[in-house]
Design a protein around this ligand. Structure first.
Ligand code: ATP
Ligand code: MG
Length: 271
């Protein structure tokens, strides 16, 4: 296998239960360089739990994770970051009262040889990474609480990229954004793809991620219903996967797909 074909991430047969609930049940998932995989499913489907296993927030009960073809153990967030995995949670986890540069280096500050904060170096680095990501961004001295949602999102992404993320996990990236800011995030994502970064985009709303995704994977009740390149399925078909667990012809069914004979036939719109 050449390196171009080696997936960035392979999660194989991952399971995790909370008490009696199998939040993630035998899920296999992969991600390739420069690819966006939309991970979709209703509230409680298991999406966040799955990605928290990848980002080291939860320990899996079963299964295996490979990064660049090598089995790894991810026991905490530090392990994940060392493997180039950065997660942007819906809350963005920004410090509201300080500026973009301070947020970029939160907890990983650059210091001078006298042990004081090297604000000049941090601002220069911030201008450089933001210049690549979002050239229109000018508000370097403003606290991030005064920035727009899209600008805040770009600060969170800049932080991930500055620390060499190869694998980016975005949980509900555009849920709280207006149309213009959503377009800004879309531009960012396209830029990251050209850098070979792989992105998992998590959402319970298909409209948020369909147009940006190369492939979609749908989860329901902790299991994969199916997976498909976006050009092989329609939005309506993906909605049918999310709501009913019905896997359309263009998708590869997973363990959570409901067999055709068990699907309700009455009172359901033809999806
Ligand atoms: N820390 C926890 N302790 C107990 N149960 C949990 C915990 N985290 C998640 N669960 C349960 O696991 C299941 C999957 O939840 P999860 O948060 O992964 O879903 P999700 O697909 O991310 O949903 P949403 O779209 O609402 O974010 C749910 O039944 C949830 O109640
Ligand atoms: Mg979630």
């Amino acid at each position: 296998m050449t390196s171009a074909e080696t997936p960035l991430v392979e999660m194989r047969h991952i399971s995790l239960s909370f008490g009696g609930i199998r939040a993630v049940d035998d899920v296999s998932l992969d991600l390739h360089p420069g690819e966006v995989v939309g991970l979709l499913g209703h509230n409680g489907a298991g999406k966040s739990t799955l990605i928290k296993i990848l980002s080291g927030a939860y320990a899996k009960d079963e299964g295996e994770i490979l990064i660049n073809g090598k089995p790894v153990s991810i026991d905490n967030p530090r392990d994940a970051k060392a493997l180039g995995i950065e997660t942007i949670y819906q809350t963005l986890a920004l410090a509201d009262n300080v500026d973009a540069a301070a947020n970029l280096f939160l907890g990983r500050e650059i210091t001078t040889r006298w042990g004081t904060l090297d604000d000049g170096a941090m601002e220069a680095a911030c201008r450089q990474v933001m210049g690549r990501l979002n050239p229109n961004f000018k508000r370097f001295s403003d606290p991030v609480k005064s920035l727009s949602g899209g600008q805040r999102q770009s600060v969170a992404i800049a932080r991930a990229l500055y620390f060499n993320a190869r694998i980016l996990v975005m949980d509900e990236p555009t849920a709280a954004l207006g149309p213009q800011e959503t377009a800004q995030v879309a531009d960012l994502v396209k830029h990251l793809k050209t850098q070979g970064i792989g992105i998992f985009m998590i959402s319970h709303d298909i409209h948020d991620v369909f147009d940006l995704s190369d492939r979609v994977v749908v989860m329901k009740n902790g299991q994969v219903v199916g997976r498909a390149p976006v050009e092989r399925v329609t939005k309506d078909e993906v909605l049918g996967m999310i709501i009913l667990g019905k896997c359309p012809g263009g998708a590869e069914p997973g363990p959570g797909a409901i067999p055709a004979e068990e699907l309700p036939t009455e009172g359901v719109p033809d999806l």
